[in-house]
Design a binder for this molecule. Structure first.
Ligand code: SF4
Ligand code: SF4
Ligand code: FES
Length: 215
């Protein structure tokens, strides 16, 4: 066990935890989208979980930094909030915000983050850069909405945990990255009907189970 200080509070936590895990386990919320407890190597792709650590020159992503004895952490400084807000603004700039027509409405991590960071889901002067890519419907049980996806990789990890390997993967690079169902045979698609791990873990409305009449 190690003792760290977070926002002036002493926490005694397990040695191998990330700062993010240590804080979340002690009810200190740090915005995050791509962290999963059992993911051995977090992708650190959402760029939201910044904190300040004494002795480090710049804020760091708390999902990639392990706790250390006597570490002093601040989770709510102006610099941290500025970085988190710009991270969220970036995500919103590539997101098709249409909550009324989204199955995740009112149960959406982006909505929660926007509330927490006190910014609107459609900030003024924010240019939208949506991908020119169609909704992916070539799966018997799932529909993928690329312009709602935050590329957190949680679905890929959840699928790997359920099946030993992931049946879904990212394709493309950078701005053009999206999920693909390519290579899933009919038998594996049948397994998806009873599994649902990927759709359940998706923090937004990007991966959605088809209704009986959509199949
Ligand atoms: S994923 Fe969330 S923010 Fe995006 S349209 Fe759906 S409910 Fe709205
Ligand atoms: S489909 Fe959902 S869980 Fe998968 S990468 Fe996109 S946002 Fe994350
Ligand atoms: S949770 Fe740390 S970068 Fe996404």
């Amino acid at each position: 066990m190690v003792t760290i200080e977070v926002n002036g509070r002493q926490l005694t936590v397990k040695q191998n935890l990330s700062v993010l895990q240590a804080c979340l386990e002690n009810d200190i919320y740090i915005p995050n989208l791509c962290f999963m407890e059992d993911m051995p190597h977090p992708p650190a792709s959402c760029r939201l979980c910044f904190v300040e650590v004494a002795g480090m020159q710049r804020p760091v992503t708390s999902c990639t930094v392990k706790v250390a004895p006597a570490m002093v952490v601040k989770t709510d400084t102006p610099a941290v909030r500025r970085l988190q807000r710009s991270g969220l603004r970036f995500l919103l700039s590539v997101h098709h915000v249409d909550c009324q027509n989204c199955p995740a409405n009112k149960n959406c991590e982006l909505q929660r983050l926007a509330r927490f960071l006190k910014i609107g889901l459609k900030p003024k002067h924010l240019e939208n850069h949506l991908q020119d890519i169609a909704i992916v419907e070539n799966h018997a049980y799932l529909t993928y909405y690329p312009n709602r996806c935050v590329l957190c990789a949680k679905c890929i990890h959840a699928c790997r945990m359920s099946h030993g390997h992931s049946l879904i993967s990212f394709v493309g690079r950078g701005f053009n990255t999206s999920l693909s169902f390519a290579g899933i045979c009919d038998f594996e698609q049948t397994a998806c009907n009873t599994c649902r791990s990927c759709a359940d873990i998706c923090p937004v409305g990007a991966l959605v189970l088809k209704t009986a009449c959509e199949r």
